[in-house]
Design a protein around this ligand. Structure first.
Ligand SMILES: [Zn+2]
Ligand SMILES: [Zn+2]
Length: 174
């Protein structure tokens, strides 16, 4: 059994669409290698940092990533195992990458109660407590509001008698 501490930097970005470990980020790996009958069992932990955007307010978020992994590297090709020892080496990169990517959130938020952005002007609501606008005016209603004065002024006041010529006509027929 052997134990190894490995410090590397990410050679390329890896993650999902919204968050990931960026190129150049330090990755600390503690690995324990055990020789078994079929191969080498590698178990360990990964410690690094992922960078992305809050899905609600779009500011940058950095989250610590601490994940564990365990994989058996077969001495010779074996369908039962995904990895094989090659030239006396085990390639931990894909194992570490998978463990990290699977641990990342699909909906990272800057904080659990992030309020997102104002739907009207787009400011970040957490930075602007008490932020509000006058009641939004739908342009169609705005047009009607302009007509309101006109309608009142131009509606003539009518007498009930004058307003019912139909009733008079009925009267004359009799
Ligand atoms: Zn946020
Ligand atoms: Zn606003």
């Amino acid at each position: 059994m052997r134990e190894k501490s490995i410090d590397v930097t990410a050679a390329e970005d890896f993650g999902n669409a919204v968050i990931g470990v960026r190129t150049g980020t330090e990755i600390e790996i503690e690995a324990r290698l055990e020789s078994l009958h079929d191969g080498i069992l590698v178990s360990g932990s990964v410690d690094t940092e992922a960078t992305g955007e809050c899905v609600r307010c779009l500011i940058e978020v950095r989250i610590p990533v601490e994940v564990e992994f365990q994989e058996l590297f077969a001495y010779s090709f074996d369908e039962a195992f995904d990895y094989t020892v090659q030239d006396d080496h085990v390639d931990l990169e894909p194992v570490v990458r998978d463990a990290v990517v699977l641990s990342l959130p699909f909906q990272p938020v800057c904080q659990e109660d992030c309020l997102g952005l104002c739907p009207i002007c787009g400011v970040r609501l957490l930075d602007n407590p008490g932020h509000e606008h006058d009641a939004p005016v739908d342009p169609r209603w705005a047009a009607l509001a302009g007509l309101e004065g006109l309608t009142e002024a131009s509606t003539p006041h009518v007498d009930v008698a004058e307003a019912s010529p139909h009733a008079d006509a009925e009267e004359e027929k009799r």
